[in-house]
Design a protein around this ligand. Structure first.
Ligand code: FE2
Length: 386
């Protein structure tokens, strides 16, 4: 057996009202001024006030950058880094969904690493060029999906290639996470559904991935179970704090699990954002059942375990029948929470497929898919899902 390296993440302060511990968490750092990185939607929803009012009462100096796009672009990082430097900041808080948290991570990188962002891309062996010399970061998720708060990666669309690019380094990991389910209660129904499906996709794809990591496997199955128990509830009743908390943990479990990488659903989803402008979670949600069918023969045991995590009784069933039940459960969940069944319902057209398939092949996620993928497979999967 090849040697394996297992690493686990950061300090997570979880629970309703844990935002009240903000100044206590910050007191562990000697800091001068904070850059709060977020997006307009979070600010307009009043969520940044939850941070700024506590910083003010603790007399901690701060500046705000709220210009992060829904699908973050390189300019977001450069703009934020400029404010960080102009304001003399030395600490970053990333608040919001995956986009502000990823941009916050990359601002930390950019202010101490001078080469163009592209140089640090995972595709070009960029991880090796990232040193520990980064300002510290605290993450405050306001969605339950990406799990970026416990992840070492950040995804951004690079201007030069117009492609979602992963920057990966253990040094990008936020030092502390405040995971307060109360901050997610105002998340609209559609976003709750889409982000929750991103969490489910992380858990399922990492469980099916070909990388050896039995610790993450157990976490992924636990994450699937939490999504099965809580996502529909959270969509139906946004104020259900128990369901919101379950989803917040499921999202973090998904992101911890995908240390063992992902699969073809994410390779199909990334171009759906860059080419067709879809929300990342929604793109994953629509393609996920089709990718599970695609993987049915390559990973029937694993799909049976997914069915079991949905609390389905698979006793007496053949492997194939049990795997089919897993696909059925995911399809049913999508329907229950209002995810469109087809890409055409979200304005993806047949004409886009060649460009989508080409970009999907260039995306690295499918390299650990249990069934190897060709460009024709990508075309077929998009056709099935359209
Ligand atoms: Fe994702």
């Amino acid at each position: 057996m090849n040697p394996s390296v297992f690493s686990f993440p950061n300090k997570i302060v979880f629970g309703n009202g844990t935002i009240n511990t903000l100044s206590e968490q910050l007191s562990a750092f000697s800091l001068r001024k904070i850059l709060l990185v977020t997006d307009e939607g979070i600010r307009e929803a009043g969520l940044t006030d939850e941070v700024t009012k506590r910083l003010e009462s603790a007399q901690i100096d701060y500046a705000v950058f709220d210009g992060v796009h829904g699908n973050p672009i390189e300019a977001d990082v450069l703009d934020g880094a400029e404010i960080f430097q102009k304001e003399g900041c030395d600490f970053v808080i990333g608040m919001g969904g995956g986009s502000p948290m990823d941009v916050a991570k990359l601002i930390c990188l950019k202010v101490t690493h001078e080469l163009p962002l592209e140089t640090y891309s995972n595709l070009h062996g960029g991880s090796e060029k990232i040193t520990s010399n980064l300002p510290s970061m605290l993450a405050i998720p306001t969605t339950a999906g990406t799990g970026s708060e416990v992840g070492r990666g950040a995804v951004v669309t690079l201007k030069s290639v117009n492609r979602k690019t992963l920057v990966f380094s253990p040094h990008l990991l936020p030092k502390v996470v405040i995971a307060d389910p109360k901050l997610t209660v105002g998340l609209p129904r559609k976003l709750t559904a889409a982000t929750g499906m991103d969490a489910l996709t992380h858990n399922i794809e990492s469980y099916l991935s070909t990388v050896y990591h039995p610790i993450c496997d157990a976490i992924a199955l636990g994450g699937i179970r939490l999504v099965a128990q809580n996502l529909h509830r959270a969509v139906e009743n946004g104020g259900d704090l128990e369901a919101r908390g379950g989803m917040m943990i499921a999202a973090m479990m998904g992101a911890i699990a995908f240390q063992k990488e992902l699969g073809v659903a994410h390779s199909l989803a990334h171009p759906l954002s860059t080419v067709a402008g879809l929300h990342h979670g929604l793109a994953n949600a629509i393609v996920l059942p089709y990718t599970m069918k695609f993987n049915r023969e390559a990973a029937p045991n694993r799909l049976r375990d997914v069915a079991t995590s949905f609390d389905v009784n698979v006793n007496g069933l053949s492997l194939e029948e049990a795997a089919q039940l897993a696909i059925h459960q995911v399809t049913q969940l999508c329907e229950d929470i209002g995810i469109p069944a087809r890409l055409r319902e979200v304005n993806v057209t047949e004409e886009m497929i060649p460009a989508l398939a080409k970009a999907a092949m260039e995306d690295a996620c499918h390299l650990t898919n249990p069934r190897p993928c060709t460009e024709q497979d990508m075309i077929d999967l998009y056709r099935q899902a359209i």
